[in-house]
Design a protein around this ligand. Sequence first.
Ligand code: NAG
Ligand code: NAG
Ligand code: NAG
Ligand code: NAG
Ligand code: NAG
Ligand code: NAG
Ligand code: NAG
Length: 494
Amino acid sequence: MAPLLLFLLVSVSLLPHRSISESDSYISSTITTKGLSFAKDLLISQAVDSFVPIRLPVIEKSVRIPFVGEVHMKVSNVTIEAVNVSASDSRAAAGESGIVVVASGASAKLNLKWSYWYDSWFVTVSDEGLASVQVEGMEIGFTISMKNENGALKTFVTECGCYITDLAITMDGDASWFYQIFVDGFQDHITSSVESAITQKITEGAEKLDSLLQSLPKEVNLDDVAFMNVTFMKDPLFKSSSVDFYINGLFVSSERAHVNKACQVSAEDSVFLSDASKMLWISLDEAVFNSASDVLFQAGLMNWVVNEVPEQFFLNTKTWRFLIPKLYKKYPNENMTLNISVTSSPSVMIGVGNIGATVNSDLIINVLDGNKTVPVACIAVVATVSGYVVVIGNEIVAKSELDDFSLVLKWSNIGNFHMSLIRGAVRTFLKTICIPYLNSYLRRGIPLPIIHGFTLEGAYILMPNSRVIIGSDVTYNNSIAAPKIRSFVYRSKY
Ligand SMILES: *[C@@H]1O[C@H](CO)[C@@H](O)[C@H](O)[C@H]1NC(C)=O
Ligand SMILES: *[C@@H]1O[C@H](CO)[C@@H](O)[C@H](O)[C@H]1NC(C)=O
Ligand SMILES: *[C@@H]1O[C@H](CO)[C@@H](O)[C@H](O)[C@H]1NC(C)=O
Ligand SMILES: *[C@@H]1O[C@H](CO)[C@@H](O)[C@H](O)[C@H]1NC(C)=O
Ligand SMILES: *[C@@H]1O[C@H](CO)[C@@H](O)[C@H](O)[C@H]1NC(C)=O
Ligand SMILES: *[C@@H]1O[C@H](CO)[C@@H](O)[C@H](O)[C@H]1NC(C)=O
Ligand SMILES: *[C@@H]1O[C@H](CO)[C@@H](O)[C@H](O)[C@H]1NC(C)=O
């Protein structure tokens, strides 16, 4: 039962709800009716798998039978061997206080051992045998609620019921006279003990689920440098057709030395897409990307010394002799390196349909004079890049391209030289060396907080102002997170 709910939890929605900006939630997710239905099927299959077989207590009773006297009867070894729940006869919906799951028309199969004895004249008459019981028209309903407890979700079952409408008992052996006595004597007992056993199993399952949820990592790692703060910011919001979850969602340095101050979220609100064509909607605020950018910057990952390029002559003063004549004059035919350092955390901006960033950097030209690295000039490069994002697996992957850039000479040991002359060479350098390098990094992706075993499928991305919204279905790989389904047949419509 566990992984199922986990998914509910952790498929965290990154829905920046402006209305709760005071609680610093930068990722929110909405599970739609379609998503709840998927979760329900998975939940039921896992739950049933976890609770069959169920052993029920021994039932004993005595009845007075005319002409026979007092007959003592006992059923023992009562075992629920299988439970069948049909996906199409079960529903999940968000109710006021939680997720309501109702399964109608479920069936179950029980085996039991029966025996009786009575005293007749001076002997004790006894018999025993096996019986099977087919339970039909079973209705199971329960409500799972979730509350935020210190940043984690606490799950509990608030209501749970199981009602059986029809029970068919088949006894083996030659006990026909006893059959009706047995059925009259035990039918109600069996019914109520099956009902209470299933109710209890569901409640236990929810407890297991809860302890699993409690052990969920509160962090999702990005490189070893940063992690996403998966702290739940408030109680899940149960709406008529969906459930919304709110997490902090910002990236924090793994060293924890530096705690990000979140950028101010704009006050504007927009309609969140929670239409049920997809199971899950995840919305990430601009601030999530900016926090990742900030942490990577603080970790010193935005410095790069370029000493090898595909066309090595590019890094020789000779190549630059017409662009920076003074460089060539002072260091003829020497090898060079280019040292690029980003000087402030690049700020990511999401506009309608596009995502981009402005990158401020210093480009230091070094000459390799013998074994010595001699810095000769420093140029401030302000570049704007734009890109697109896609979802691959459970990660957001971006690809960028260069839009524009400006150059300002900051200092030079070889005298002044014209930025307009080197602009073409710098453009080539940015386009063919820097952007591909950046893209190789972005290709690794930003992980979304999705529970192990679940994979986004058929995801697409919308970009309204200042947010990235992902609409997606979810698939579940049973072999990763859950035990094999054994004694139970589940007819799923997916
Ligand atoms: C109880 O039932 C199970 C399965 O129905 C069976 O394997 C087991 O042998 C039974 N035990 C006794 C004591 O009859
Ligand atoms: C469960 O359903 C399957 C297929 O519909 C059926 O063969 C099986 O007998 C059912 N089991 C129970 C316990 O109702
Ligand atoms: C995660 O977010 C919560 C809520 O904003 C905050 O209290 C907590 O300090 C954050 N954790 C880290 C490690 O930054
Ligand atoms: C410059 O670099 C090239 C290629 O890396 C190397 O073959 C050459 O020896 C270097 N020249 C000097 C003067 O170090
Ligand atoms: C590159 O430049 C930065 C400052 O812009 C400096 O701190 C760093 O030491 C330089 N690295 C190399 C290898 O020159
Ligand atoms: C450069 O360093 C190497 C060994 O690291 C040394 O053999 C060589 O003499 C040095 N060259 C100069 C010009 O300092
Ligand atoms: C499920 O996970 C297992 C183990 O990681 C893997 O071998 C299998 O290919 C996966 N199945 C699907 C459908 O992704």
